[in-house]
Design a protein around this ligand. Structure first.
Ligand code: ATP
Ligand code: MG
Length: 282
């Protein structure tokens, strides 16, 4: 692994707190034979925003689903390594147990119940825990303070709202379960830059004000590195590079391959290495 700098050891407090999520050396196989992740290790510090970056098919969603134990429903399994949430092994638990432990995933593709109102969609997120009507109202108001747009659209059918609003519904619904850790899979997918920025500002607010730790999978390297503290770059199921978001954003290879600042279009780190290797022999 090519580390740009030492991993962040702690959140903004500066205290050397143990990470909220720790993934060590996992291997993931689909259908018993298709090896998709190899030796993937990373951590999310308490109160941090960590981005998993990479192109189509790199393994970002697979990594998130390994953490949220949603792989089984896709005939996938973690066959090596370990995943710990606050020091407790979670890789053998059921997805419902994890919600109880404060971890909620927002899936790729902003799944909403199109035939329900925005507000009813949000309310479905509250019933992952025993909760009274008054607590549901409180949780709703809290979500509306972060997503004022959803308050104005609360009686609209979710199916008729914009893509950006549906992504907000999906994140707002996850927040109704009062998570301490959110897994977000490609929140920027298919959205205009302005709405992407609006959503990421809200995500940062949730992180700062509610103290929610965030693990984010994104193809949009530029926006992810702007909002994350730390990033890992996946390629073909392996972590090729990691470092503080600022260092990655300034890294020459990241600029060339992922920030579209190359004249030759996007290449792979692997090509680069073999190219350099070849060059040394010339
Ligand atoms: N259920 C599955 N069965 C078999 N192979 C799968 C399955 N899901 C994903 N894969 C394969 O695993 C690899 C990683 O896919 P994954 O969806 O994790 O990538 P990703 O980085 O999230 O990509 P994208 O940016 O397109 O969402 C791909 O080669 C994909 O074809
Ligand atoms: Mg994906």
């Amino acid at each position: 692994m090519n580390a740009v700098a030492e991993p962040l050891q702690a959140a903004a407090s500066g205290a050397a707190a143990p990470p909220i999520l720790s993934v060590r050396n996992i291997e993931v196989v689909y259908d018993h034979v298709i090896l998709v992740l190899r030796g993937v290790s990373f951590e999310v510090p308490q109160g941090g925003i960590v981005a998993l970056l990479g192109a189509n098919g790199a393994g970002k969603s697979t990594t998130l689903k390994s953490v949220s134990t949603l792989l089984a429903s896709e005939r996938g399994a973690v066959t090596k390594g370990s995943i710990e949430l606050r020091g407790q092994r979670i890789d053998k638990l059921a997805p419902g147990d994890l919600v109880g432990m404060g971890m909620v995933q927002v899936m790729e593709g902003r799944h909403c119940f199109g035939h329900l109102s925005v507000e009813d969609n949000l309310i479905t997120g509250a019933y992952t825990r025993p909760i009274s009507g008054a607590q549901v109202r409180d949780a709703l108001e809290r979500v509306y303070t972060y997503f004022p747009r959803l308050k104005t659209r609360r009686t609209s059918l979710a199916g008729y709202t914009s893509g950006g609003e549906q992504q907000m519904v999906a994140i707002g619904r996850a927040m109704m379960a009062k998570p301490s850790m959110l897994l977000l899979d490609e929140p920027s997918m298919g959205l205009a830059p302005q709405i992407v920025a609006e959503i990421f500002e809200i995500v940062r607010d949730l992180n700062k004000k509610e103290g929610v730790s965030i693990l984010l999978a994104e193809q949009n390297t530029n926006v992810a590195l702007k909002y994350a503290d730390y990033g890992y770059i996946l390629e073909s199921g392996r972590i090729m590079m990691d470092g503080p978001a600022k260092a990655l954003a300034e890294n020459k290879d990241v600029k060339e391959f992922y920030l579209g600042l190359s004249s030759e279009g996007r290449k792979s780190f692997r090509d680069m290495k073999s190219y350099r290797r070849r060059k040394r022999w010339l």
